[in-house]
Design a protein around this ligand. Sequence first.
Ligand SMILES: NC(=O)c1ccc[n+]([C@@H]2O[C@H](COP(=O)([O-])OP(=O)(O)OC[C@H]3O[C@@H](n4cnc5c(N)ncnc54)[C@H](OP(=O)(O)O)[C@@H]3O)[C@@H](O)[C@H]2O)c1
Length: 363
Amino acid sequence: MVDDQTCTPRFAFAEPYKKPSFGAVFLWRSWSKAEKHDAHSRSRYYERPEGSVLASFLQLISGAMPMQTQPDSTPSVSVIGLGAMGSGIAQTLLEGGCTVSVWNRSREKVDALVENGAIACTGPADALDANSHVIVCLSDYQVWQQIIESHDLAPHFKDTFIIQLTTGTIDDVQAHASFIRDHGGHLVDGAVMCYPRNLGTDEAALLLSGEPDAMNHCSPILSILDATWTNLGEDINRPSVLSRSLMSGLTGAIMGLVNGAAICRAGGVPLDVFMKFNEGTNSILLSEQKRLIEAIRDGRTDETEASIKAWREGNQALISVAASLGTDLSLQHAIQEVFQKGGRKGLDEHDISALVDVFGPRK
Ligand SMILES: NC(=O)c1ccc[n+]([C@@H]2O[C@H](COP(=O)([O-])OP(=O)(O)OC[C@H]3O[C@@H](n4cnc5c(N)ncnc54)[C@H](OP(=O)(O)O)[C@@H]3O)[C@@H](O)[C@H]2O)c1
């Protein structure tokens, strides 16, 4: 856990696609609501060690914006939304030494955190007014929109740093960013790629985007949740795009696995045997995934040991076996359709990574 005086030295990266594994010392200072009227006044707390060897070195290796502050108060943050994830966030921040103000529609979740040291807010406006840094984690953006409208929150965003950790679509994220900007607030938008129990541990995974200044201001809080949170740069869509892309891989793999279990069960193969051989398949999966991504990145999708045609024939055999056993064929038919599209694009002799051209946007 984090030293509650300094709230951990942190890193502020301007460059996207890098975990902040090395960068500037960035000590925390919390902002009282009284200071929110003058956002510019905050800049005095960020002093770049200009001219120092450290500053030159950091900029050389990472494009980092090294900034340093002196801690002079306890970190403070509000959390709006105390479902499984919001409660995990609030609890982790409490354990990290923050003063945490909380609001949730259902009072019992507020009370549970108050017992652990959180401060209860009377409403979402109170939570926005209590601190200059506010984390929002609700079911979806529509719920947040309803809360904003029903509690007339628009005037409460001025000079507030909103850390939005609700899962959203590109349209949601864009509309929300405009709203926050139009009302004088600052936004860091993110996706949580772990379970609540992983927050504050090595398994935590936060993907964040936002303007560099907003990221820097929020960095100390984010670092308590995930010490190596990922800065995806200024494009506010990226956390949604990356988190959904990762989900595509996960969903495909898990659906395939469950389908395989159904086929084994229908065909009388013990699931323990399936599990044992599945472990063997998984052991090659990581290196295969790396090979596929590198082939796509480097434009080498024509080099292969197993062509799309061979994969399609293998999937056809799978369809036949599943059909004989009477299991559902919808997943295998959808996969076969993708292979056939690859064939129609003249990719039959290419590597399976060449299917990226089937999945890519229509020209
Ligand atoms: N849980 C995870 O493992 C996980 C992992 C990664 C990302 N996430 C993301 O984190 C976000 C929150 O997920 P969660 O698991 O915490 O969900 P959850 O446990 O279902 O909590 C939903 C939250 O939204 C609030 N809410 C729902 N409808 C509302 C309404 N009409 N008015 C006011 N408040 C309302 C709930 O308040 P009440 O308590 O009053 O119902 C609760 O605070 C989601 O976007 C999810 O995709 C979750």
